[in-house]
Design a protein around this ligand. Structure first.
Ligand code: NAP
Length: 491
């Protein structure tokens, strides 16, 4: 353990190993130039710990380590890989309270949200442990009858995994688990705001018996050159990225040079639609989940509410009542329901988007005012939001619900699809058939039909349009880390 460990970390450290150095080839290293990164609690600004700041030499060493371990790991029996992942699942549950507190401290989310995240994150280890022994190829005859078609799946190879700060455990395990299950070795680069959770998860995997070099972890304040070093190494074969569309586009360009396989989980602009025949109370409950999980800082967060005029006022009244009752405070305080945003830039951005909407004619029926310095922003509901307001087109990433009234289904569908994003949509209706028909007309990879939460390790998570490429979770998530090989033969 190195340099600063703030007193706030004591309850975590009593039950959890939280390394602060780089994991390369199974050992913890301080980094080639000795620089450190301060990790802060967004609620107070206190420095929680400092972690190693990797440079390009460390990135190179991580690729070397992943390459050295690749053949051995690919040859490891699926059952052995499954058992390791199962042990990691068990360890995460054993340390769930400490992990939840760690997430809450470095990310700011409420303890309740952090506990849900640990459960969700651990589930990827269990799901992919189970999947790794179930993978099947195919054997068939060619239509001409001339030969046989043998189709198998091989690990894609060295994989670079890049994760954001908003779900520091789940976004890491959603990549690590399928990569390892597929037989790939990997390098994880977690977000600079929240590296401690990723390092703690890596330590758990080591405790579960992970061989050296199979997973390497590199924390850095220089993601550009460090990631470029990894992606331009010809031995790297996969990029799995979760983050903003803006950075995703840039990485796709770099990955193109080596024609690296890419899984991209990017930004969202989720519509939340309430039709006239919806159960409005259920829609309000679902809206609270879709909007307020992680204080609105989720790619799946409901970003725009389209409510039929027949139920508009009832829905807004219910939503305002629930949003007004949300207790805002430091995430690690047991009574908190909504923690701070990740940093001051995030608060400035949310405030700017709300000001823009108000300037264009929207009305704040709850909140809408930044309370002063610090990273907190109050739950906010805006109505009469005009179509050109920026927050209907950009990710808000905060506890702000802009509501738009609509009358006709076609008008609503046009507004829903008027975005470059296509990650998830939510739709509330009392008519299942109508809901399914409308879901098919919505351009998004996932639809929550009378549900405010879609995430599930057994489901294919991912977006269309500029929300991404590929899927995470489910069997599809495993195949992302595999290449299909076809053998033509005769017998
Ligand atoms: P971000 O700024 O794009 O960062 C994501 C990751 O990319 C971080 O690890 C970041 O490192 C790294 N990065 C930044 N610049 C880079 C560069 N030039 N080269 C290589 N890597 C670079 O996103 P974020 O603010 O952390 O996360 C929020 C975004 O993620 C939102 O847009 C959200 O919708 C999206 N998201 C999507 C999903 C999904 O499944 N579709 C899930 C969660 C979040 P640093 O931390 O050092 O900047």
């Amino acid at each position: 353990m190195s340099i600063t460990m703030h007193e706030l970390m004591r309850p975590v450290l009593d039950g959890l190993d939280v390394p602060t150095d780089l994991l390369v080839a199974g050992a913890w290293h301080r980094g080639s130039d000795g620089n450190r990164i301060d990790v802060r609690d967004p609620a107070s600004g206190a420095v929680l710990a400092s972690v190693a700041d990797a440079g390009v030499r460390d990135a190179q060493a991580a690729v070397d380590a992943a390459a050295a371990a690749a053949a051995g790991w690919a040859a490891t029996a699926p059952r052995a890989r499954a058992e390791l992942l199962q042990r990691a699942f068990t360890l995460m549950h054993e340390r769930s309270e400490e992990l939840a507190l760690l997430i809450s401290l470095e990310n700011g989310k409420s303890l309740a949200d952090a506990r849900s995240e640990v459960t969700y994150a651990a589930e990827f280890f269990r799901w992919y442990g189970e999947e790794s022994v179930r993978l099947r190829g195919q054997v068939g005859r060619s239509p001409s009858g001339a030969n046989r078609l043998v189709v198998t799946h091989q690990p894609v190879g060295i994989s670079v995994l890049i994760t954001p700060w908003n779900f520091p455990a789940a976004m890491a395990t959603r990549k690590i688990a399928p990569a390892l299950a597929a037989g790939c070795t990997a390098i994880l680069k977690p977000a600079t705001e929240t590296p401690l959770t990723a390092l703690a998860v890596a330590a758990l995997l080591q405790e579960a018996g992970l061989p050296p070099g199979v997973l390497n972890v590199v924390t850095t304040t220089r993601p550009g050159p460090v990631v470029e070093t990894m992606l331009t190494d010809p031995r790297t074969r996969m990029l799995s990225f979760t983050g903003s569309t803006q950075i995703g586009r840039r990485l796709l360009r770099t990955a193109a040079d080596q024609v690296i396989k890419c899984g991209m989980e990017l930004g969202g602009n989720a519509p939340f639609v309430v039709l006239a025949d919806a159960d409005v109370d259920a829609a309000v409950e679902g809206a609270m989940v879709a909007k307020m999980r992680n204080g609105g800082q989720a790619c799946t967060a409901a970003n725009r509410f389209f409510v039929h005029h027949a139920v508009h006022d009832t829905f807004v009244e219910g939503l305002v009542a629930q949003m007004a009752a949300v207790r805002v405070g430091p995430g690690s305080d047991e009574s908190t329901q909504c923690g701070p945003l990740i940093n001051e830039d995030a608060v400035r951005k949310v405030d700017e988007l709300v000001r823009d909407a108000l300037d264009r004619g929207a009305r704040a029926v709850l909140g809408g005012e930044r309370p002063g310095d610090g990273c907190f922003y109050p739950p906010t509901v805006l109505v009469d939001v005009p179509p050109d307001a920026r927050l209907l087109h950009e990710e808000i990433f905060g506890p702000v619900a802009p509501v738009v009234r609509f009358e006709r289904e076609e008008e609503m569908l046009a507004m829903v699809n008027d975005t470059e994003y296509g990650l998830v949509s939510y739709l509330y209706t009392g008519d299942l058939g109508r809901g399914l028909r409308l879901a098919e007309g919505i351009e998004s990879g996932m639809v929550g039909l009378n549900r405010g939460l879609v995430s599930d390790p057994a489901a294919p998570f991912g977006g269309t349009k500029q929300s991404g490429l590929g899927r995470e979770g489910s069997t599809e998530g495993l195949l992302e880390f595999m290449e299909t090989q076809y053998i033509a033969t005769s017998w």
